[in-house]
Design a protein around this ligand. Structure first.
Ligand code: NAP
Length: 248
């Protein structure tokens, strides 16, 4: 039987693939056989080298995903794609009593609004061609929990979990799988401030049954699974990859 996780010659558009979780996801998909279209504001040079080492090609599209403005250009430049990974995301920290409108809007626009309209643009193309595809949203523990001092991040990631289910309901019968990965606490730029705070960092670690923070390559297997034929009957799932955090 053919390998159900094989992605040979599929094309995956991954946002924010230059670093962190997006890079690990792009490299994991490439190791399973996919070519990568990396969309983001920083050049994905390191990721390109890792994708090349896996024997696959990376095409870079420079775009600021803080607004929907570049989406038409991204779609035109990307060409046909089979997999969309909405990974690019930001976090802003401040007490909710003092939280600014600018920090609310920036996070909601990048993490939720652009993820929706990119999903829409990609799905529209698939629907017009009468074919299916795979959409993977990168959610968070704060798709399930409230968090501390990150109200717009929590709202955006809880919204993304809801959106995953909403889009699955509309598009599952068209052969479009929409699912989400909810990473626990991973060592990336996103968690730098958290890890620098000794007390918070210790409290977080104490609650992780696996006894360690996640490293980006811990996510690759789930991304390959959700991008491949192996997950064809999965729709609207928000899959936690959290070292057991939610089990506590
Ligand atoms: P990261 O290292 O900060 O990476 C974030 C990525 O998003 C970078 O590639 C960044 O590009 C890109 N990005 C942000 N704003 C952008 C914009 N306006 N236009 C284009 N690209 C933009 O953090 P990460 O941890 O890998 O985060 C990846 C995703 O995982 C995010 O959605 C995050 O919320 C989610 N997540 C992370 C954790 C964790 O523990 N690390 C946990 C749960 C969920 P630049 O490098 O150019 O800034």
């Amino acid at each position: 039987m053919a390998n159900p996780f094989d992605l040979t010659d599929r094309v995956a558009l991954v946002t924010g693939a230059n670093t962190g979780l997006g890079q690990a996801i792009a490299v994991g998909l490439a190791q399973a056989g996919a070519d990568i279209v990396a969309v983001g504001r920083s050049a994905p040079n390191e990721t390109r080298a890792k994708v090349a080492a896996a024997g696959r090609k990376l095409t870079a599209i420079a775009a600021d995903l803080g607004s929907t403005e570049p989406i038409d250009r991204i779609m035109a430049d990307a060409g046909p794609i089979d997999i969309l990974v909405n990974n690019a995301g930001i976090i802003r920290r401040a007490d909710s009593a003092e939280f600014s409108e600018a920090d609310w809007d920036a996070v909601m626009d990048t993490n939720l609004k652009v993820a929706f309209f990119l999903s829409q643009a990609v799905a529209k193309g698939w629907i017009a061609q009468g074919r299916g595809g795979k959409i993977i949203q990168v959610a968070s523990m704060l798709s399930f929990q409230g968090g501390l001092r990150v109200p717009s991040y929590t709202a955006s990631k809880s919204g993304l979990a809801g959106l995953t289910k909403a889009l699955a309901n509309e598009w599952a019968h068209l052969g479009i799988n929409v699912n989400a990965i909810a990473p626990g606490y991973f060592v990336t730029n996103n968690t730098e401030a958290l890890r620098a705070d000794e007390t918070r960092s210790r409290q977080i670690l104490e609650r992780i049954p696996a006894g360690r923070w996640g490293t980006p390559d811990d996510l690759a297997g789930v991304a390959v699974f959700l991008a491949s034929r192996a997950s064809d009957y999965m729709h609207g799932a928000v899959v936690a990859v959290d070292g057991g955090w939610l089990a506590r």
